[in-house]
Design a protein around this ligand. Structure first.
Ligand code: ASP
Length: 409
């Protein structure tokens, strides 16, 4: 996309976010009339995800040239994911222990969360099992992306060992990837309208400005704690971007369209096509874009990890349960897992939070306290999730020359 177009589109998206917020605030439920427009945009993005993710990962891994590089790149990527997720949980735990948002909360708001708890019956082994699918078609049908990514990495690794026989297949996926990215640039022109509709309709569903404010103030300190934590973590990621990836404000501006889309859609998977497109425009090496971002959009969720930790401790404080240091270490570990296990779809973090609560014996009904504002906080944590992936791609980009040198025959 030419630079001038990108800037104009960014301005249009910013206007859309503001206008959507204002209209939803003022007109309330009437704005649900535009819900279908938002859905159309979301469906369009989701339509691209499956072919894009497979084509991007296959062509990305194949373009490494030497399969030895995959190990190094994989180690850096996983190392980055784990380190930043751990950092996010730590930030979450520190702010929630300092602000203590749960103290004095009135428990009356607890709602029926039985259905949520039933869905959330997942343990550590389930997360590991979810990596390998016995039926790829079923995974694709359910938009279960992780097994598809794993399969694509294996397929690509196998193709690169086949020499001439593998080349046409890799060529096919290269072409498919480019076609999908072309579609993304076309779809982007619809983003302002789609994002406007998504935000206006969601605020409308919440009952407009006044109803929203009432919901917000009921758990106001919780909202403040999560937003403070997310703000601090975003700043830390910017620091990593500047120090490790050696990039600055230009990168943030280039990524803004994807970040605002994350805010509008509350889904890192749906935002994936735009995250890849913006990172490409920011000049990030294609190998880093195609490897880190698809994987990151499903497993690297810094915002969700931070949120899980904050929310679990908020519930403990609200119920007057004092969590020992040992219990907080368990929260730390399970929040990390819960974030990895959460799908990149709206409010997925709320479901995997059951893992954290169960691990330290907190009442699941506590989730009821968070339900009313979760859609709102979800948008912020999704934005941070996408930001973490973008910074990850920039970090890997920085290490690629060194990896090339090391693996030279
Ligand atoms: N909505 C988030 C995402 O797509 C996941 C979550 O925290 O609920 O990244």
């Amino acid at each position: 996309m030419p630079h001038k177009h990108a800037i104009m589109l960014l301005v249009a998206i910013i206007v859309a976010v503001i206008a959507g917020g204002l209209m939803g605030w003022v007109y309330g439920p009437a704005m649900m009339a535009v819900e279908w427009l938002g859905k159309l945009f979301l469906n369009g993005l989701k339509m691209l995800i499956l072919p894009l993710i497979v084509a991007a990962v296959v062509s990305g891994v194949a373009s490494l040239g030497d399969i030895r590089k995959l190990g190094r790149i994989g180690a850096i990527t996983v190392g980055y994911f784990l380190a930043t997720t751990a950092l996010a949980v730590t930030v979450g735990l520190v702010v929630v222990n300092l602000i203590k948002p749960g103290e004095g909360v009135i428990l009356g708001a607890a709602a029926d969360v039985e259905s949520l708890a039933a869905k959330g019956e997942v343990g550590v082994s389930d997360i590991l099992l979810s990596l390998v699918s016995p039926n790829l078609v079923a995974s694709a049908a359910e938009m279960d992306l992780l097994p598809l990514i794993l399969f694509s990495i294996l397929l690509s690794a196998a193709l690169t060992t086949l020499g001439k026989t593998g080349e046409p297949v890799i060529g096919f996926f290269n072409g498919l990837n480019e076609a999908m990215m072309k579609l993304v640039t076309w779809f982007m022109y619809f983003a302002p309208l789609g994002i406007f509709a998504l935000i206006a309709a969601r605020l409308g569903r919440a009952g407009g400005g006044d109803a929203f404010i009432a919901e917000l103030t009921a758990v106001g300190m919780h909202v403040l704690t999560v937003l403070t934590g997310l703000g601090i973590h975003t700043a830390l990621l910017i620091l990593i971007l500047m120090v490790v990836a050696r990039r600055g404000i230009g990168f943030i501006i280039d990524m803004l369209r994807a970040l605002l889309t994350a805010f509008g859609t509350a889904s890192s998977s749906a935002t994936l096509p735009l995250t890849m497109e913006c990172a490409t425009e920011a000049g990030v090496d294609q190998r880093a874009v195609r490897f880190v971002i698809p994987l990151g959009s499903t497993v690297n969720m810094n915002g969700t990890a931070l949120y899980e930790a904050c929310a679990a401790l908020f519930i403990a404080q609200a119920y007057g349960i004092d969590l020992s240091l040992g219990a907080q270490v368990i929260v730390f570990l399970t929040a990390t897992l819960a974030a990895i296990g959460a799908a990149g779809i709206p409010e997925a973090g709320l479901v995997t939070m059951v893992i954290v609560l169960k691990a330290v014996g907190l009442p699941l009904e506590g989730i009821g306290l968070l339900l009313s504002v979760d859609w709102f906080l979800d948008r912020f944590r999704t934005t941070v999730n996408v930001w973490g992936d973008a910074v990850g791609a920039a970090v890997l980009h920085r290490f690629l020359p060194a990896i090339n040198r090391e693996t030279r025959p």
